[in-house]
Design a protein around this ligand. Structure first.
Ligand code: GLN
Length: 477
C-alpha cells in the first residue's frame, strides 16, 4: 500500500476488489502520517479514534453491499480552523489551544457521510491570517519540497500534508488566497469555490464576507470530487447558495477547444520572473489545446491589496472580539478587574499578526474614519467585482499567476508584514469578487520549486475551471 500514490479512484477500486479494507488503510495512513509529521509539522494533532470509526463504517457498508460513498476510505486532513466535534480545534492560536468543539462543520459532516476518513487537523497561520504559516502559535510548517522554505499560508499544513502524501485530499480555507497560494508553493491543486458554494458553518470566522472552505488535492479530479461532496445549500449558513451542484468530475472531458481565455494585462506587467515564464508556457499549452487567448484588462487591480486589507481587518476585528477569556478556553491568570482580565487574555493569547489586524480593523471602522477607509474600500470592492463581470462578457476563463514568486525561505519575510501583504496581489481579487478560482501546478523553477497557475471563472461556473485545469494537467504528466 503506497499511501502517497493513492487517489480517490484507486482507493475505491481497491476497497471494492477487497484488496484491503478501509480499516487497514486508515491504520496504515495514520501510522505513515505520524511518522512523516516531524519533517514538516503539517499536523497539529491526529484523531485516530475518529478515523478508525469512520473507516469501520465504510467497511460495514461494503460488507452489506451498499455504496460506500464518493470518498470511501479516503484519508483526509482538515485545517484546524474548521471545527470537529470532540477533536481539538485550535485555529493555530494559543487562545484556543485546548478548545474542543461540541459540533462538526457542515463540510466535515458531509465528507464523513461520503465515507471520508479524517486523519488529523492541520497547522495554519493563527486564525488564517498570513501567507507563510509562520504565524502559527504551534511553530511553522516546512515545505515538503524544500524544507528550508515556507509551505505558503495560511493553509500551509493542509497543502504540505497533501504534497507529502500523508493525506489524499485536504480541506483548507481561503479568505485572500490561503488555499491557492500554499497549493502553488507545495505543487498541489488548490480550489477556492464561488462564495456561497460551500457552507461556512463551522469555519472559524476571519472575514465573513470573504471566507471560503476549499479542497486541496494531488489531482484536479480529486479536488473536483471533494468539492462536490462538501458543496450545496446548508440551512445553517444563510449565505450558502440554493444552486444545484453539478457532477464536476463527470464533466472532465479533456476537450477545451474553443474556450476563450483572458490574460489580465495588469497581472502580467510586473511578472518577469521564472514564475512568469512558467505561466507563459502554461498559457501556450492551453493555446495548443485549442483555447483562444486574448488580453483583457482588470483596471482596478492596483487598489486590491489596500481594499482587501481594510475589509478583511475590519471584519476580523469584529469576529475576533468573542475571544475574551469568558467563552473560550484561554484566560489570563493574573487580573484584578474584569477589564484587566479582557486585556490580559487578549494580550497574552493573540500573536502579533492578529493584534496588528485587530488594531487596523478597529481603526478603519472607527467614527470619523469609517467613511474614509471602510466605506471607500467597499466601493472599490464593487469596482473590482465589476472588472471581472466585464471581462467575463468577453472570455470564459481568466488565466493568471498565483504568487509573484515561489516558496521563500523560512524567516525571510516575517519582519516585513507589508511585503507579505503585497505578495497576495494575484489571489485576493478572486475572493473580493466572490468568483471560483484555483491553482494548478504548472512546472518547477530551475531550483526545483513548484509554481501554480491560477484559473478563474464566472460565479458558480466551477465546471469550466475544472475542465481547463484537468485538460492542462493531462499535458503535464
Ligand atoms: N494571506 C492573506 C492574509 O494574510 C490571505 C489569508 C487567507 O486567505 N486566509 O490575509
Amino acid at each position: 500500500m503506497d499511501i502517497p500514490s493513492l487517489t480517490i479512484d484507486t482507493i475505491r477500486e481497491s476497497l471494492l476488489a477487497r484488496r484491503w479494507s478501509a480499516t487497514e488503510l486508515a491504520t496504515e495512513a495514520l501510522r505513515f502520517a505520524e511518522a512523516e509529521n516531524p519533517k514538516t509539522n503539517a499536523y497539529l494533532h491526529f484523531c485516530p479514534e475518529r478515523a478508525l470509526a469512520a473507516a469501520r463504517a465504510v467497511d460495514e457498508r461494503i460488507a452489506r453491499g451498499e455504496d460506500p460513498g464518493a470518498l470511501a476510505g479516503v484519508p483526509v486532513a482538515v485545517k484546524d480552523v474548521i471545527v470537529t466535534r470532540g477533536v481539538r480545534t485550535t485555529c493555530g492560536s494559543r487562545l484556543l489551544a485546548n478548545y474542543v468543539p461540541p459540533y462538526d462543520a457542515t463540510a466535515v459532516e458531509r465528507l464523513e457521510a461520503a465515507g471520508g476518513v479524517i486523519v488529523g487537523k492541520t497547522n495554519c497561520d493563527e486564525f488564517a491570517m498570513g501567507s507563510s504559516n509562520e504565524n502559527s502559535a504551534f511553530g511553522p510548517v516546512r515545505n515538503p519540497v524544500a524544507p528550508d522554505r515556507v509551505p505558503g499560508g495560511s493553509s500551509g499544513g493542509s497543502a504540505a500534508a497533501v504534497a507529502q502524501g500523508t493525506a489524499v485530499v485536504a480541506l483548507g480555507s481561503d479568505t485572500g488566497g490561503s488555499v491557492r497560494q500554499p497549493a502553488s508553493f507545495c505543487g498541489v491543486v488548490g480550489v477556492t469555490p464561488t462564495y456561497g458554494r460551500v457552507s461556512r458553518y463551522g469555519l472559524t470566522a476571519f472575514a465573513s464576507s470573504l471566507d471560503h472552505i476549499g479542497p486541496l488535492a494531488r489531482t484536479v479530479k480529486d479536488s473536483a470530487t471533494l468539492l462536490r461532496v462538501i458543496a450545496g445549500r446548508d440551512p445553517c449558513d444563510s449565505t450558502s447558495a440554493p444552486i444545484a451542484v453539478p457532477d464536476y468530475a463527470a464533466a472532465l472531458d479533456h476537450n477545451v477547444k474553443g474556450l476563450k481565455l483572458g490574460l489580465p494585462r495588469e497581472y502580467l506587467k510586473d511578472l518577469t520572473s521564472e514564475s512568469g515564464d512558467l505561466i507563459g508556457r502554461g498559457v501556450e499549452t492551453l493555446r495548443g489545446l485549442g483555447c483562444e487567448v486574448r488580453e483583457i484588462s482588470l483596471p482596478s487591480t492596483d487598489y486590491a491589496v489596500a481594499c482587501y486589507y481594510i475589509i478583511a481587518t475590519a471584519e476580523a476585528s469584529s469576529n475576533l472580539a468573542r475571544y475574551d477569556g469568558v467563552r473560550y478556553t484561554f484566560r489570563s491568570g493574573h487580573s484584578e478587574t474584569l477589564a484587566d482580565m479582557y486585556r490580559n487574555t487578549r494580550g497574552e493569547g493573540f500573536g502579533a499578526e492578529c493584534k496588528r489586524r485587530i488594531m487596523l480593523g478597529t481603526y478603519v471602522l472607527s467614527a470619523g474614519y469609517y467613511d474614509a477607509y471602510y466605506l471607500k474600500a467597499q466601493k472599490v470592492r464593487a469596482l473590482i467585482a465589476g472588472d471581472f463581470r466585464k471581462a467575463f462578457e468577453q472570455v470564459d476563463a481568466i488565466v493568471a499567476p498565483v504568487s509573484p514568486f515561489p516558496a521563500f525561505k523560512l524567516g525571510e519575510k516575517v519582519d516585513d508584514p507589508l511585503a507579505m501583504y503585497l505578495s497576495d496581489i494575484y489571489t485576493i481579487t478572486g475572493d473580493l469578487a466572490g468568483i471560483p478560482c484555483m491553482s494548478v501546478p504548472c512546472g518547477r523553477t530551475a531550483g526545483g520549486l513548484p509554481v501554480g497557475m491560477q484559473i478563474l471563472t464566472r460565479h458558480f461556473d466551477e465546471t469550466t475551471m475544472f475542465r481547463l485545469a484537468d485538460a492542462y494537467e493531462l499535458t503535464q504528466n
